[in-house]
Write a protein that binds this ligand. Structure first.
Ligand SMILES: Cc1cc2nc3c(=O)[nH]c(=O)nc-3n(C[C@H](O)[C@H](O)[C@H](O)COP(=O)(O)O)c2cc1C
Length: 377
């Protein structure tokens, strides 16, 4: 007998036809096997509060509180490859097992709160060996605990800064091997995502920019040579970082200096990273290479970089920099300018920013059970 009843619409199709009214920033997002509950990321923020690179109670409460606050991704500050790769003697490191074991508790706690636990890894290069910002942030003399920095070329960051030691090929090979070692310990510590810090004038960025890299070997000169160090670092990380776990890269999309690294170079680099298939998101920041930079700072001033890379390369991007309001963040995602919103200072100001943004955007967002009774405004 013919069945004249209209075909039942499958559940999945009906869902597609219904308009998703969830604000974009509160829609879950997947990278490889990892799903974040929303698209808000706590940006890496140095706390300059460690001894011997080991995370402590300060780091647990700083990151833990922001995971409780509802962010989808909570990233550690930059965690360094080796002692002389630190910005200050009080920065974090992950070159030994004691550090790894101390990170385990932090990664576990972030995940227990429903956030994705991310770790940013990097090397300070010629910008290492400085005092904590609240101690003036100036280069540290050896008798005050300072050390000799390394860099692609012996060019100081600024006047009054020491000349770094030029890395020879052996130092480059050893540093690349450290990227593999830190990825292994990050995996053992239980992190979900690694972000390579290739921005803000630190070691990897120093290789990228023609202003700080004057090498004449295969790590300097042409664009292909200047990006080699980062590409090798990506390969090294991937050799120890499981295929099912995502890898992000933070880059400076411009030096904001005539003749320096610029957006065209950033797009070309993003194309290479996409083609390699090992990197899942470009965290699109800028600047930091030299005090000569001229940055036209205004709300969302780096969003066009995330937008350009996303549209020209077709790789997911994160927008960062002076994104403070829920409406602004929502608009960036609704416009398709980025895939996630990355926030630093607003998160320092208000660890519960995601909970408050949900309220402002009338999104349903569960509070931590212990804090439900605080939901009174
Ligand atoms: C206290 C502090 C520490 C920071 N430390 C890092 C860091 O470890 N790694 C990094 O990539 N950026 C670092 N940044 C930069 C931020 O992650 C972010 O890119 C920048 O502050 C712009 O975003 P915002 O306007 O939301 O603050 C730091 C910023 C602040 C305020």
């Amino acid at each position: 007998m013919p069945n004249n009843k209209p075909a039942k619409q499958p559940e999945a199709d009906r869902k597609v036809l219904q308009r998703d009214t969830t604000p974009h920033i509160f829609r879950p997002i997947n990278f490889r096997s990892v799903t974040a509950r929303n698209r808000i990321m706590v940006s890496p923020m140095c706390q300059y509060s460690a001894a011997d690179g080991v995370p402590n109670d300060w780091h647990l409460q700083h990151l833990g509180c922001r995971a409780v606050g509802g962010a989808g991704f909570v990233f550690t500050e930059v965690v360094h490859l080796e002692p002389r790769g630190r910005i200050t003697p009080n920065c974090l490191g992950l070159w030994n097992d004691e550090q790894r074991d101390a990170f385990k508790r932090i990664a576990r706690f972030i995940k227990e709160q429903g956030a994705v636990a991310g770790i940013q890894i990097g090397h300070a290069g010629r910008k290492g060996s400085t005092a904590q910002p609240w101690e003036g942030g100036k280069p540290l003399a050896a008798d005050k605990g300072g050390w000799t920095n390394i860099a692609p070329s012996p060019i100081p960051f600024a006047e009054g800064h020491p000349v770094p030691a030029e890395m020879d090929e052996k130092a480059i090979t050893q540093t690349i091997a450290m990227f593999a070692a830190i990825a292994r310990r990050a995996r053992e510590a239980g992190f979900d995502i690694i972000e390579i810090h290739a921005a803000h004038g630190y070691l990897v960025h120093e290789f990228l920019s023609p202003l700080s890299n004057r090498r004449t070997d295969r790590y300097g000169g042409s664009f292909d040579n200047r990006v080699r160090f980062l590409l090798e670092a990506v390969d090294a990380v991937r050799s120890e970082w499981p295929e099912e776990k995502p890898l992000f890269v933070r880059i400076s999309c411009t030096d904001w200096i005539e003749g320096g690294w610029d957006l065209d170079s950033a797009v070309k680099l993003a194309q290479l990273l996409k083609a390699g298939g090992k990197v899942d998101l470009i965290d699109s920041s800028s600047g930091g290479l030299s005090p000569l930079q001229k940055i036209p700072v205004h709300p969302g001033y780096q969003v066009p970089f995330a937008d350009a890379i996303r549209s020209k390369v077709g790789i997911p991007t994160g927008a960062v920099g002076l994104i403070h309001s829920a409406d602004q963040a929502e608009q960036i995602l609704a416009n398709g300018q980025a895939d996630i919103i990355i926030m630093a200072r607003a998160m320092l100001n208000d660890p519960y920013w995601p909970m408050h943004a949900a309220k402002a955007l009338r999104a349903k967002f569960p509070w931590a059970k212990q804090y439900e009774r605080g939901d009174i405004f």
